[in-house]
Design a protein around this ligand. Structure first.
Ligand SMILES: CCCCCCCCCCCCCCCCCCCCCC(=O)SCCNC(=O)CCNC(=O)[C@H](O)C(C)(C)COP(=O)(O)OP(=O)(O)OC[C@H]1O[C@@H](n2cnc3c(N)ncnc32)[C@H](O)[C@@H]1OP(=O)(O)O
Ligand SMILES: NC(=O)C1=CN([C@@H]2O[C@H](COP(=O)(O)OP(=O)(O)OC[C@H]3O[C@@H](n4cnc5c(N)ncnc54)[C@H](OP(=O)(O)O)[C@@H]3O)[C@@H](O)[C@H]2O)C=CC1
Length: 513
């Protein structure tokens, strides 16, 4: 019997960010392994015209929850969606709901965050710092609370090369930052943002670091742990391989590459691609929840959930395998044939951006205009290249994360728990994982049918022929122009023709022989 699964039985669990990528997988695993849990409270806002109930309904009816419905048929009764907006005071939670949360909650998993790299500092601070502070305040008023698990990121200290399982202070105290956001206007905030984030690449990593400081400073008597996952990718094993539902991290780039929009990137092939499957992160998170509540460590423990030091894979290998999978299972209606050139040189990268990305987009837009349609490819390409430029920081560096706490926890688990809540990435076969990831992107993100693969392959063959035709035509035009303008080119041309028309050793043209 799994001790961790048994621990969550009968518990009231509060999850923030349950509608997000990680939150959904966390809920799914909880219901599947501990169907006798009492209730999961989720803080949900309304979005895209959907009420909180409609959002929950959609999640429960998704493929991800198919197995849960078998194990826990009354799952809908065990989810209690509470309207909340983490940007508002007291999260805009009603008094009755707040009362229930305060009096009943046993465990908190704080997953909500803004993960956008370019969010204005005010917004990123509000969600990643102030909301964390407010949640801690709520937690301190929960008499039954056993553990508070905060999800941070392994990149909160990406300005360092080696990162230990400690909290590194930022120069300006989070409280001062929170206060200043109240009275500074947006223009000034924009101006001071680069100075505040310092050598971090974006507001996301900076505010996640501030969030950790808040957790440390305001933890009081709470039992707290922090989890720092690296780049979270599709599921490895559970509930099935390859599940993914958003474009963050590599998923968006896999689509862009598979559809032939993105064919080259400034990336270091030998840099470690520290990807971690979302189900691995969730298994560690649940194990940490159990350990923190049951063993009550004296200080706040930080757990790195990374793959690099256990089972490293690099971007070169990953790109190669992604490309190999496109051969087997191509995406439908590709713009160009997929390719993956990794270059570390900025000038080469700019050259490829011009030749391989912008030029085809301009030509395609020209074609759209000619056929009376609205041009759109240049705009799309510009957005894609902007996204890529934001991710480049992470594909040109390698980091080392120490993992003593994660390894300690692994050794504390019973063999059954090690199996049910497996977070040992040494067992991960990268080639298989990446193949399933690409398949998952095709199925769950692009919603493409496997029956369309022959047609997609046919389309790629057509694109290859168009590519050859286009290149040949381009070469002939360039050559013709050169011959018209340069005596040297003409001499070369006649020299080649001589070999073609006069067999070796003969001075007679071939046609006359
Ligand atoms: C030759 C190539 C071969 C390749 C082969 C493939 C091999 C694999 C190699 C792969 C290397 C992977 C490197 C991963 C490094 C990750 C490091 C993470 C480290 C930290 C991890 C964390 O701790 S935290 C999670 C990470 N946090 C994000 O990852 C958010 C990013 N994101 C944003 O910060 C905003 O998104 C941003 C971009 C500002 C736009 O912002 P924006 O306002 O301009 O626009 P939007 O957000 O509305 O997005 C506008 C349109 O871009 C679409 N899109 C959104 N994201 C996209 C994305 N990642 N890739 C593509 N497309 C994306 C979206 O779907 C829209 O498309 P549409 O217009 O058609 O709807
Ligand atoms: N994905 C990754 O690669 C990594 C993620 N992490 C961390 O993991 C955690 C989860 O990330 P992930 O699941 O990928 O992120 P998502 O963007 O998928 O999910 C974010 C969640 O936060 C919720 N949220 C955002 N703003 C508000 C708000 N104002 N009020 C209420 N809820 C809000 C979102 O709700 P809604 O659905 O309404 O938008 C969503 O449920 C984050 O803390 C992130 O920093 C760490 C490392 C890597």
């Amino acid at each position: 019997m799994s001790m961790i699964a048994a621990f969550y039985g009968g518990k009231s669990i509060l999850i923030t960010g349950a509608t997000g990528f990680m939150g959904k997988v966390l809920m799914e695993k909880l219901f599947r392994t501990s169907p006798d849990l009492k209730v999961i409270y989720i803080l949900v806002r309304t979005k895209a015209g959907q009420t909180t109930q409609q959002r929950v309904f959609q999640i429960l009816n998704s493929k991800l929850f198919e197995k849960v419905k078998e194990v826990c048929p009354n799952v809908h009764e065990k989810i209690r969606a509470i309207y909340a907006d983490l940007n508002q005071n007291d999260f805009a939670i009603s008094k009755e709901d707040m009362q229930e949360l305060l009096s009943c909650t046993n465990i908190i998993f704080h997953c909500a965050a803004t993960v956008r790299f370019d969010d204005p500092l005010r917004h990123a601070v509000q969600l990643n710092v102030t909301a964390t502070q407010q949640l801690l305040l709520m937690a301190s008023q929960m008499p039954k609370l056993e553990a508070f698990i905060h999800i941070s990121t392994a990149f909160s200290n990406c300005n360092l090369k080696h990162i230990d399982e400690v909290i590194y202070p930022c120069p300006v105290e989070p409280k001062k930052i929170i206060d200043s956001m109240e009275w500074l206007d947006d223009a000034i905030i924009d101006e001071i943002t680069p100075k505040l984030i310092g050598d971090r690449p974006n507001t996301y990593t900076y505010t996640k670091a501030l969030g950790e400081m808040v957790v440390q400073q305001e933890s009081g008597n709470l039992n707290i742990a922090i989890i720092r996952p690296s780049i979270v990718g599709a599921t490895w094993q559970e509930p099935f391989p390859g599940w993914v539902d958003n474009l963050n991290g590599p998923s968006g780039l896999i689509i862009a590459a598979g559809k032939g929009f993105l064919r080259s990137i400034r990336a270091t092939p030998m840099a470690v691609a520290d990807l971690i499957p979302v189900d691995t992160v969730v298994n560690l998170t649940l194990a940490v929840g159990w350990y923190t509540a049951v063993h009550r460590p004296k200080s706040t423990l930080i757990y790195h959930c990374t793959s690099g030091n256990f089972n490293p894979c690099n971007w070169g290998k990953m790109g190669f395998q992604v490309l190999a999978t496109f051969e087997k299972v191509p995406f439908e209606r590709a713009f160009r044939r997929p390719n993956a050139d990794f270059t570390t040189n900025t000038i080469t990268s700019q050259y490829w951006n011009a030749v391989s990305h912008r030029a085809p987009a301009i030509i395609y837009d020209f074609y759209l205009r000619l056929t009376g349609r609205k041009p759109r490819m240049t705009k799309l390409m510009n957005r894609l290249l902007r996204t890529v430029s934001m991710l480049e920081y992470f594909v040109n560096r390698s980091w080392e994360w120490s993992t003593y706490n994660t390894e300690m926890l692994m050794s504390e688990l019973s063999p059954e728990d090690q199996r049910v809540f497996n977070f040992d990435v040494r067992q991960l076969n990268w080639l298989e994982y990446i193949e399933n990831y690409v398949l998952g992107v095709k199925k769950y993100l692009l919603k493409e049918d496997m029956a369309g693969i022959p047609e997609a392959k046919q389309h790629l063959r057509r694109l290859r022929n168009i590519h050859y035709l286009f290149n040949t035509a381009l070469f002939l035009i360039a050559w013709r122009l050169l011959i018209a303008r340069s005596q040297m080119a003409r001499n070369v041309w006649f020299f080649i023709m001589r070999f073609d028309f006069f067999p070796s050793g003969s001075l007679q043209p071939r046609s006359k022989v």
